[in-house]
Write a protein that binds this ligand. Sequence first.
Ligand code: NAI
Length: 328
Amino acid sequence: MKKPIRVAVTGAAGQIGYSLLFRIANGDLFGPDQPVALNLIEIEPGLEPLKGVVMELEDCAFPLLKDIVQTSDLDVGFKDVDWALLVGSVPRKAGMERKDLLDINGKIFTGQGQAIDRNASPNCRTLVVGNPCNTNCLIAMSQAKRIPKENWFAMTRLDENRAKSQLADKAGVHNSDVTNLAIWGNHSATQYPDFTNAKINGAAVTDKIADQEWLQGEFISTVQQRGAAIIKARGASSAASAANAAIDTVRSLVTPTAEGDWHSVGVCSDGSYGIPEGLIYSFPIRTVEDGKWEVVQGLEIDAFSKGKIDATTAELEEERDAVSGLLG
Ligand code: NAI
């Protein structure tokens, strides 16, 4: 039997955790032949609800789920993990400035980065979901010098999926007909869903959707504000779609990308497209093979795109500067 892949999930008793864990245990991350083990990490108050979630996992009798660890001790939680999905974080509350949010979460991700460095498998890959995810990822990565920089990711896949759905709806096609959709930059309201390089059934989006005003205006703002719209309608933030996007991200990183296509995920910038080196920045990414990815090169960036990319870059530089004291 194959050795189980050990996956740590922080914030395991939260909303996203409740959607995510059952899908991992069901084989949605690594396929139907790959056993998994779950290391579930919570803060102390989350341990009691976590017990209930674990009872439910047990009650599913998933054939692929070989072991479950429940803990608030980071050294136990990240021991020998192959993947770390960092979902738990402190949400922004009314009256809280972004700087306060960065400070509070900065401390959490400093400790988690160090614990990953001490305990995880040497080739552990980490996907940060908890917001502000790009900068949280930057902080954790900076504290874990033993782990290669190529192994750190921040989630922008939900934005990509949202953008594809919006374009498909507008063009009257299925969302699977929309490809090559890159999110540039930060997972925040400055993110840029790049419709100029996206395709619908292999043709430029602009050939299929003539309404430039919609593309440059409502399309982008709908994607950027989708999270807020869901909170308004549901009374709670997106959780199942966020968990789904985390699954999509990992699957896309362990599976070679289809010829000619790409996917979006925040990675450590190597300076491509003039983005400052070292920022955790969402690019169009191609996975060459499990464990090896590259930034898609040579895409045309028109003046409109450049303005949007510059804005999200500036925001990420500001965030980096605000947490400079936490960067190891
Ligand atoms: P939630 O509040 O339902 O759950 C968060 C869980 O994390 C709680 O159980 C809490 O006890 C736990 N937690 C808090 N601090 C922790 C720590 N230091 N270590 C371990 N666990 C800790 O929140 P939800 O809805 O599950 O969202 C989680 C995060 O994901 C939020 O930051 C949210 O903003 C972010 N998010 C990111 C998205 C993306 O596209 N990158 C999309 C949607 C949500």
